[in-house]
Design a binder for this molecule. Structure first.
Ligand code: HBI
Ligand code: FE
Length: 287
C-alpha cells in the first residue's frame, strides 16, 4: 500500500460520491420530502399557517448552517425543563462524553446522508417541535425525538463508537446496501425492543420519544419477532403510523453487536479509515 493509493481520490467513478471531510457534510442535507405540513394532509400541522411559518423559519436557518469549529466550551448547562437548549450547549456536553456533535438539518434526511454523518460522529438533528395537535406521535423527526431519543445514546461511548462504525460502512455503499442498512438501523436504533427481567423494554429513539407508541410496542397488540439482521434487513416498515411489528433483541449490547456485525459484513471494493485529528476519511484501496 503506497501513499498514492491511500490518498488517491475517486478511484472508482461508479462509486457514489461520499463525504471525505466533516465539512463536506454541508452537502449532506438532502431531505426526504414526505409528510411535509405544507403539502401533506396526513401531517397534523397541515393548514396551520403559524406552525408552518415557524417550522420554515427554523429550517431556513438549518439549511444555511455551515460546519464550523463551534465554541463548545463557552456556555454551560444541558437539558432543562424550562427551556429548549441550544445545540451549542448539548454539543459541549457530548464533546466531553463521546466527541459526538449535533448539527441542524431541516427534516427527515435521506438514509445515505444521515448515515454518512455518523461516520464523522455527527448527528444531524431537526430543530423544530412536533405539532401540538399530536403530542404523542410525530410522523417526522422533531426536537423531542432527537433530544430525548437519540442524544442520550450518543453520550454512551460504546453506542457512539458503534454508530460511527456503521456510518463508516455506509460510505460509498450501493443503494441496495444503504436500504438494508437503513432498515436494520430503523428497526433497532429507532424502534428496537429488548428483553430485561422477562419484560419488554425499548431501545429505539422513536419509542423513547413517543409515549403513545411506547405503550403500543410493549403491549400484545403488535407482532414481536426475534432480532436477526439478515431477516430484519428485508422487512418492510411503517413510517406513518405505529409499527405493526417490532424486533426484539436479547439486550442492548446484543442488538448493537449484531447491527455492527451486519454493517461490517457488507462488501465494498475499498475500505475507509477515520482520522480524528483531521476529521477526515481516508480511503484504502484493496489490491
Ligand atoms: N433524518 N433528520 C433525521 N433524523 C433521523 O433520526 C433520521 C433521518 N434519516 C434517516 C434515519 N434517521 C434512519 O432511521 C435510517 O433511515 C438511517
Ligand atoms: Fe431518529
Amino acid at each position: 500500500l503506497t501513499n498514492f493509493a491511500l490518498y488517491k481520490r475517486d478511484p472508482h467513478a461508479d462509486i457514489p460520491w461520499f463525504p471525505r471531510h466533516i465539512s463536506e457534510l454541508d452537502k449532506c442535507s438532502n431531505c426526504v420530502t414526505k409528510y411535509e405540513p405544507t403539502t401533506d394532509p396526513r401531517h397534523p400541522g397541515n393548514g396551520d399557517d403559524v406552525y408552518i411559518a415557524r417550522r420554515k423559519f427554523l429550517n431556513d436557518q438549518a439549511s444555511q448552517y455551515k460546519q464550523r469549529n463551534l465554541q463548545f466550551l463557552l456556555d454551560e448547562g444541558v437539558i432543562t425543563t424550562d427551556r429548549i437548549p441550544q445545540l451549542r450547549r448539548i454539543n459541549e456536553y457530548l464533546q466531553k462524553k463521546t466527541g459526538f456533535i449535533l448539527r441542524p438539518c431541516s427534516g427527515l434526511l435521506s438514509a445515505r446522508d444521515f448515515l454518512a454523518s455518523l461516520a464523522f460522529r455527527v448527528f444531524q438533528t431537526t430543530t423544530y417541535l412536533r405539532h401540538g395537535a399530536s403530542p404523542h406521535h410525530s410522523p417526522e423527526p422533531d426536537l423531542i425525538h432527537e433530544l430525548l431519543g437519540h442524544v442520550p445514546m450518543f453520550a454512551d461511548p460504546l453506542i457512539a463508537q458503534m454508530s460511527q462504525d456503521i456510518g463508516l460502512m455506509s460510505l460509498g455503499a450501493t443503494d441496495e446496501q444503504i436500504e438494508k442498512l437503513a432498515t436494520v438501523y430503523w428497526f433497532i436504533i429507532e424502534f428496537g425492543l429488548c428483553r430485561e427481567d422477562g419484560k419488554l423494554k425499548a431501545i429505539g429513539a422513536g419509542l423513547l420519544s413517543a409515549y403513545g407508541e411506547l405503550m403500543h410496542a410493549c403491549s400484545d397488540v403488535p407482532e414481536h419477532k426475534e432480532f436477526d439482521p439478515a431477516i430484519t434487513a428485508v422487512q418492510k416498515y411503517e413510517d406513518s403510523d405505529y409499527q405493526p411489528l417490532y424486533f426484539v433483541a436479547n439486550s442492548i449490547q446484543d442488538a448493537l453487536m449484531k447491527l455492527r456485525q451486519f454493517a461490517l459484513s457488507m462488501e465494498r471494493p475499498f475500505s475507509v479509515v477515520y482520522n480524528p485529528f483531521t476529521q477526515s476519511v481516508e480511503v484504502i484501496e484493496q489490491t
